[in-house]
Write a protein that binds this ligand. Structure first.
Ligand SMILES: [Zn+2]
Length: 157
């Protein structure tokens, strides 16, 4: 017990496998990804559109309703450049050979944004306000990984 009291780090081997229901709204969101579409849902009171969809508006607490196709283009709201990642074996950090860009992205027609990767651009060329387009996987199937990343629209702002 005294070892744990003084430990700054402990190693606990875990193998956690679980399943959970994504819920009615996210089920539809994923199904639309399978059709290479981004959809959100509108608040009937304040008219804001949320992507991914939410059941309750975070501004006026009304129940949302009314699906809206958004994008496919989107705008960079903020971004960061990752130079390290978590090593799944050790749990520690390891350097990335190529920096990875992660952005807060707002699809055209949406009032919310989500975090996703941006490829095909270097950190030096990233800008807030940059226009992006989705990159779909070769065979979308209604799963989160149908949209692995966004990339800059050529010549777009
Ligand atoms: Zn609202």
């Amino acid at each position: 017990m005294s070892e744990l009291r003084n430990a700054r780090e402990i190693s606990l081997p875990m193998d956690a496998s679980f399943r959970w229901s994504v819920g009615e709204y996210m089920e539809r969101f994923f199904a639309e990804l399978g059709e290479e579409k981004l959809v959100g849902i509108r608040c009937p009171s304040c008219r804001k559109v949320f992507v991914p969809p939410r059941m309750v508006c975070e501004y006026c607490f009304a129940e949302t309703e009314g699906w809206v196709e958004v994008g496919p283009r989107a705008t960079v709201v903020a971004f960061t450049v990752a130079h390290v990642e978590v090593d799944p074996k050790s749990g520690g950090l390891r350097d990335l050979e190529v920096p990875r860009i992660v952005a807060l992205i707002r699809p055209d027609g949406a009032d919310s944004a989500f975090v996703h990767r941006v490829y095909e651009v270097g950190p030096e060329d990233m800008q807030v306000g940059m226009k992006l387009e989705p990159v779909w996987t070769a065979e979308p199937c209604g799963y989160l990984f149908d949209l692995p990343c966004f990339r800059p629209v050529k010549g777009g702002r």
